[in-house]
Design a protein around this ligand. Structure first.
Ligand code: MG
Length: 385
């Protein structure tokens, strides 16, 4: 159990679920610090409720003039450098990293260097720089606990099982709201339709990524780095009920699956209490009432992100970081009603055509590739507007 923690992305969806768990287990946890990209007002509410003494804000402009919202004596950590300082506070033993985008990359590296346990929800960080994050964790003896529900499931399935016995990882996907749409119907999907996920209640970016299955593509990369399993041994299977959160198939033919209701509080609590478990009795699965669990192969022609990422994984470059950056730009364009739903994956594919990435030589080169990919994607998107 990680008593003294810092929460990055405290105002977002994962942050809110984390605070729900802490609220019902007040005596177990002490929130040492919280950070967010821009939402200073919500940070102030959280700081008051949980008596948080250290506050981080990524965006300097968003913070300007707002220190009076906080109690006197509060310490502020502003900008990227500030956040890197915040994660190193000696009072904290663990950092929950749930900031959207790669803004949390440098603080993540700083947290590992100061030997904090990392409860990692931001998959973007691993997709952009997994090689360097995992190398740092190894060199510093740092532990990374995966918060993402599929990866937390695999983490639980692997407990007590040596990595050398893993045959395949099987990531489950809900398939999103458009699983049964025809290719033609998909062209006319509106932003409002895409934001209505049938099972999971999440932030906007990840909800669109679930609808295109880009989220699952990114999760293959995330799993590759977290569990050191090559991409061609990581399968994706559509499971609309989202009860089985992922599975591990071992070399002896046994498969271990992790199941719980589809709610992020379960994987987050698993990380917060690890290696113990939350003792409050929570609702679980009634198998008789559930009756059936269904599994289907994903349709890669309707969800091209899945085949594009397979090509990126084969490339000996940071193509996955380019994929992610281009997808971020494309999703933003879609959310702003400037492109069609099916053009999201087209922008990703075309960006990779003109900019296939660079060799993974340094963290800096990864960041530069991300910038280059974003610019290339923006140029391509303009052609669609
Ligand atoms: Mg997930």
């Amino acid at each position: 159990m990680f008593r003294h923690i810092i929460i990055f992305g405290a105002t977002g969806s994962v942050g809110t679920s984390t605070l729900n768990i802490i609220r019902r287990n007040r005596h177990h946890f002490n929130v040492v610090g919280i950070a967010a990209n821009t939402n200073v007002e919500k940070l102030a509410q959280i700081a008051h409720e949980f008596s948080v003494p250290n506050i981080g804000v990524f965006d300097k402009h968003a913070f300007a003039g707002k220190d009076s919202l906080f109690k006197r004596g509060t310490h502020f950590f502003v900008g990227e450098d500030g956040l890197c300082e915040l994660v190193q506070l000696s009072e904290a033993v663990a950092v929950l990293m749930a900031m959207v985008g790669i803004g949390g990359l440098k603080p993540t590296m700083a947290a590992l260097e100061s030997k904090k346990t990392l409860l990692l929800a931001s998959k973007e960080i691993l997709v952009a720089a997994g090689k360097f994050v995992m190398e740092s964790a190894k060199a510093n003896g740092g532990q990374i606990l995966p918060v993402d529900s599929e990866h937390n499931a695999i983490f639980q399935c692997l407990l007590g099982n040596g990595n050398g016995f893993v045959d395949r990882l099987i990531l489950t996907a809900s398939g999103g709201p458009f699983r049964n749409f025809s290719r033609q119907e998909m062209e006319n999907i509106s932003v409002e339709q895409a934001l209505r996920h049938p099972i999971w209640n999440m932030g906007k970016k990840i909800t669109i990524d679930s609808a295109t299955m880009a989220n699952k593509a990114l999760e293959i990369v995330e799993a590759k780095w977290l569990f050191d399993v090559p991409g061609d041994r990581i399968d994706v299977i559509v499971h609309p009920e989202s009860i089985v959160h992922s599975m591990v198939k071992f070399c002896d033919g046994s498969v271990i699956a992790q199941m719980c209701p589809p709610n992020m509080e379960y994987p987050i609590a698993n990380c917060l209490f690890f290696p113990e478990r939350e003792r409050l009795v929570k609702p679980s699965i009634d198998f008789v009432e559930q009756g059936k669990l269904n599994f289907f192969a994903p349709d890669a022609t309707k969800f091209p992100h899945l085949s594009i990422i397979r090509r990126c994984l084969k490339a000996d470059s940071n193509a996955c970081a380019v994929f992610q950056a281009a997808n971020e730009v494309a999703v933003d364009e879609f959310l702003n009603h400037r492109i069609q739903f099916t053009q999201i994956s087209e922008i990703v594919a075309r960006t990779l055509d003109i900019y296939p990435g660079e060799p993974m030589t340094s963290l800096k080169s990864c960041e530069e590739s991300v910038m280059e990919a974003r610019n290339a994607a923006k140029g391509i998107a303009k052609g669609f507007n």
